[in-house]
Design a protein around this ligand. Structure first.
Ligand SMILES: Cc1cc2nc3c(=O)[nH]c(=O)nc-3n(C[C@H](O)[C@H](O)[C@H](O)COP(=O)(O)OP(=O)(O)OC[C@H]3O[C@@H](n4cnc5c(N)ncnc54)[C@H](O)[C@@H]3O)c2cc1C
Length: 362
């Protein structure tokens, strides 16, 4: 027999946990299904020395302050500890080792299929993260076996990287930060395909996010002109190309256009022999396991602030789901609360011939 809950949340990262907080407060019968064996799985896949670009004051989920000095920048392990404590503190019903293999719909009921069991529910929140499948460009296949290749999700610390020249491909926050760290022990090169807008971490003694919060920019929605403009340009927080070159001796290159053996060719025709390449080239969405017609161009979710056209199906934690803060620790609660309101107001459509349900108490 299938298990049944009123609401099922898929994913127990910060988005799934924030969702759980509101569902618990509203008294719903729900469960959170998490593929990994412990909380904060995505954070555990990030490098050892990672420091947040958001100070602790802006890293709290609803109902529980992030510990420590509010203006300190927590490390990766601080986030892992906080999220683990959060789930425990609110006694959220997280089922680990529970990867959802498929979501389908029969009549008005969603079937949530795992390897060993199936759940039925009226409403489901997909909170599987803005970053899913690590992306590596096709030129990677042309590099020979003498070159060590890894995606940034597999990088932990400089001591794991053998001797010889290292090339980082990808000029986002991840590429810049790993390049800087490795420059202390290796000859490092960084290939930047698309320049991102550098923003200082601190301005006139205050943190960048203090300004974004006070001016309201962090909450500008994609419906506003400024929100739309902001969403089109990725930002590089606290790193500057010139500083990386001058202070850390990292050599910058344009887009990596080709590869052969141990040699990478860049857009400007220059070539570089390398021993290691770290692909900091981001991620791609993968919703191939959701068998519902809610996806558009390039597999992106069609939604209004996380609410899809399939009644009772929601997404949470997408990049720019509603605002810049949507995929950040300190602001995901705004969208989670919005979805909780939709969930509360939801009435399942009655099967043909049956009277409509009235006055549900959930
Ligand atoms: C390098 C880096 C630095 C960052 N720094 C900051 C920062 O300083 N401040 C900040 O606020 N944000 C930062 N972020 C952004 C953001 O906070 C994270 O990306 C965050 O992890 C997103 O949370 P989430 O809950 O939406 O997704 P995730 O943390 O990715 O969680 C999704 C969960 O879903 C699970 N899952 C996936 N598929 C399934 C399935 N089919 N069935 C069951 N479970 C599944 C996964 O195991 C995972 O636990 C950073 C991101 C990166 C990559």
């Amino acid at each position: 027999m299938n298990h049944r809950h009123d609401v099922i949340v898929v994913g127990a990262g910060q988005a799934g946990l924030a969702m759980g907080y509101f569902l618990a407060r509203q008294g719903h019968n729900f469960t959170i299904l998490e593929a990994a064996e412990e909380p904060a799985a995505a954070w555990r896949e990030r490098w050892d020395s990672l420091k947040l670009f958001t100070p602790a004051r802006y890293d709290a989920l609803p109902g529980l302050a992030f510990p420590g000095d509010p203006w300190d920048y927590p490390g990766r392990d601080d986030v892992v500890t906080y999220l683990t404590d959060y789930a425990r503190h609110f006694e959220l019903p997280v089922e680990f080792n529970s990867r959802v293999r498929a979501i389908r719909k029969t009549n008005s009921t969603y079937l949530i299929e795992l390897d060993d069991r199936t759940y039925e529910t009226d409403q489901v929140v997909v909170a599987t993260g803005p970053f899913q499948v690590p992306f590596v460009p096709p030129i990677a296949k042309r590099l020979g076996p003498a070159v060590l290749q890894l995606h940034s999700t597999a990088y932990r610390k400089p001591q794991d990287i053998g001797e010889g020249r290292v090339l980082l491909v990808g000029g986002g926050n991840t590429g810049f930060q790993i390049a800087e760290e490795l420059s202390g022990s290796h000859e490092v090169h960084l290939s930047v395909g698309t320049r991102q807008m550098p923003l200082p971490q601190r301005i006139l003694g205050r943190d960048l996010f203090w300004y974004l919060d006070k001016t309201g920019l962090i909450r500008k929605t994609t419906a506003s002109r400024i929100g739309r403009r902001m969403s089109q340009k990725d930002t590089l927080i606290g790193s500057r190309p010139r500083a990386l070159t001058r202070r850390h001796g990292v050599k910058l290159h344009p887009r990596a256009a080709g590869a052969e053996g141990a040699t990478v060719t860049f857009d400007d025709g220059t070539k570089l022999n390398i021993r290691t390449v770290i692909w900091s080239t981001g991620f791609r969405p993968d919703y191939s396991w959701i068998d519902l017609p809610v996806f558009g161009e390039k597999g992106r979710v069609n939604h209004q602030r996380g609410v899809t056209d399939s009644p009772g199906l929601y997404f949470l934690g997408l990049s720019w789901q509603h605002t810049r803060g949507s995929a950040l620790l300190g602001w995901v609660k705004d969208d989670a609360e919005h979805i909780a309101q939709q969930i509360n107001a939801f009435r399942p459509s009655a099967p043909a011939g049956a009277p409509a349900l009235e006055g549900r108490t959930t």
